[in-house]
Each structure stands twice: as structure tokens, then as C-alpha cells.
Design a protein around this ligand. Structure first.
Ligand SMILES: Nc1ncnc2c1ncn2[C@@H]1O[C@H](COP(=O)(O)OP(=O)(O)OP(=O)(O)O)[C@@H](O)[C@H]1O
Length: 255
């Protein structure tokens, strides 16, 4: 379980990215975080693996307050958390397979990985992960030869190779067209259901959030202003989260 207890985050310039956030995220949940640009969605997601570090409160993961962890303990926490970024963050000149294998770095160690000394088990896991997102036929292509949607699936496969308990996805479909966005969201949902990996995603588009989320967390100006199952969410909920009427641009569109 991940628990935020009175968590606040003040950036060095004094801006408050999170204001007294209290949340309990159970194992295996599929959560979508929504809110206008600048609401604090990325800050919330990135605070879980401390890409940004909250300045107050407790952030408890599996019983341990991670804000009190030393570097070594934090590394261990991060090993169990896969991260997916809007811009994929692949090493462009490396093969797809090699990129995916970097997910097993936590087990292999940097030195061995520099020489490509991954175990057969890790190689099988990497190929299996690529197969799960339907691109094992691209394993030996250079990462930058793939389309955006394929590159995002490589980054999902890389996260899977880490054998995480949690996947954080920070705007994973913001650079993709609507059909590709749906493919990527379906992959993430399938993996969540099959492996029980807790998945927390922030999304801009209302229809995507409604289609894929089990639970929606709404943010405005650093605060959690809505938290509930998707069955309790209506257009009015979004208007309250956004603080304005819904516009056509808030919808990504059908597949
Ligand atoms: N490093 C930083 N230093 C100062 N302020 C920051 C920093 N990073 C983010 N912020 C500010 O914190 C607020 C929340 O940013 P965040 O990126 O979490 O929002 P978001 O909801 O994810 O927005 P978007 O949808 O545009 O990505 C914004 O006002 C942003 O300008």
C-alpha cells in the first residue's frame, strides 16, 4: 500500500506543488490522476519515487516512510517502481532489446550491464515483456526507428523487466494520436489486471480517464479535490475539478 499522510511539497522557488495531500492507494489499483495543466498531477506521481521530494508529511510505501529513507533504502524502493514518461526516455541509438534489458539493471548491476552481461533469465524476461506489448519482432531494431506508440510500448516493456509492484506513468499518451493512445492504455490496463501491478497514471483527457480508470483522483492547485471510483464520476465532477465548464479539447476522441 502507498499512503500519503499530510504530504506537502514546496519547490525551491517557493511554489507549493502539493498541499496537505492524504491518500491511500491499495495494491493492484488502477488510478488515473486528472486536473488542469499545473494542477500538480506530475508532482503527485513523481513524489512516489521521489523524482521530486515532498518537504512535509509522510509517504509510506509498504509500511516504511520513504521520506526518511537513506540513499540505499531509496534505491531499493525505486527498484520496485517502474516509470513511464511522456517522452519515452529510451536510449535512441541502442536496440529495443538493450533498452528493455536496462529494466533489469537493479538486479544485474551497472558494470555487468555495460558489457551486456545480462542473464538468460533476464533476456527471456525482456523478450517476453516485448511480446506482451506486441513488439517482440522489433527487438533488434534501433529504438529511434520505431514510431512514438511503439517506443512507448518499449518503455512499458522496460518497466515490466524491472518486475515492479508499482507502475507510475506521467502523461504516457500525451505525445500520441488517439488510436495509438488507446493501444498504450489498453496495454497498461491489461498488465495491471494480469500482474496486479498498482498503476498510477496522469492523463489530460476526460474520455480516456473515464474509459480506463477504476478510481479517479482529481487535483487542483496542488490539492486533491476529488477521490472516488469512476462510477461516481460525472461531467459535473470534472467541472468541479477543473473549476470551469468542459470543452471539446478536454476529450481525445474515439479509437
Ligand atoms: N521544479 C519546479 N520548480 C518550481 N515550480 C514547479 C516545478 N515543477 C513544477 N512546478 C510548478 O508546480 C505546479 C504543478 O506542476 P505539475 O507539473 O505537477 O502540474 P501538472 O498538473 O502535472 O501539469 P501538466 O499537466 O501541465 O503537466 C505548476 O504550477 C508548476 O509550474
Amino acid at each position: 500500500m502507498i499512503e500519503f499522510k499530510n504530504v506537502s511539497l514546496t519547490y525551491p522557488n517557493g511554489h507549493q506543488g502539493l498541499k496537505n495531500v492524504n491518500l491511500k492507494i491499495n495494491d493492484g489499483e488502477f488510478i488515473v490522476v486528472v486536473g488542469l495543466s499545473g494542477a500538480g498531477k506530475s508532482t503527485l506521481i513523481r513524489s512516489i519515487n521521489q523524482l521530486v521530494k515532498p518537504t512535509e508529511g509522510e509517504l509510506i510505501i509498504n509500511g516504511k516512510d520513504t521520506l526518511k529513507c537513506n540513499e540505499r533504502q531509496l534505491k531499493e524502493v525505486r527498484r520496485n517502481i517502474g516509470m513511464i514518461f511522456q517522452s519515452y526516455n529510451l536510449v535512441k541509438r541502442m536496440s529495443v532489446l538493450r533498452n528493455v534489458l536496462t529494466g533489469s539493471l537493479g538486479r544485474t548491476g551497472t558494470f555487468k550491464s555495460l558489457f551486456g552481461l545480462f542473464s538468460n533469465e533476464d533476456k527471456e524476461l525482456a523478450m517476453g515483456s516485448l511480446a506482451r506489448v506486441g513488439i517482440d519482432d522489433k527487438a533488434y531494431r534501433r529504438a529511434d526507428q520505431l514510431s512514438g506508440g511503439q517506443q512507448q510500448r518499449v518503455s512499458i516493456a522496460r518497466a515490466l523487466t524491472q518486475k515492479p509492484n508499482v507502475i507510475l506513468a506521467d502523461e504516457p499518451v500525451a505525445s500520441l494520436d488517439p488510436p495509438t493512445s488507446h493501444t498504450v492504455m489498453k496495454d497498461l490496463k491489461k498488465i495491471n489486471k494480469e500482474d496486479g501491478i498498482t498503476t498510477i497514471i496522469n492523463l489530460h483527457f476526460i474520455d480516456m480517464a473515464m474509459e480506463y480508470a477504476d478510481r479517479i483522483i482529481g487535483m487542483r492547485e496542488g490539492e486533491v479535490v476529488f477521490d472516488g471510483p469512476v462510477s461516481e464520476v460525472s461531467e459535473k465532477t470534472f467541472e468541479e475539478i477543473y473549476g470551469r465548464p468542459i470543452k471539446e479539447d478536454d476529450i481525445i476522441g474515439a479509437e
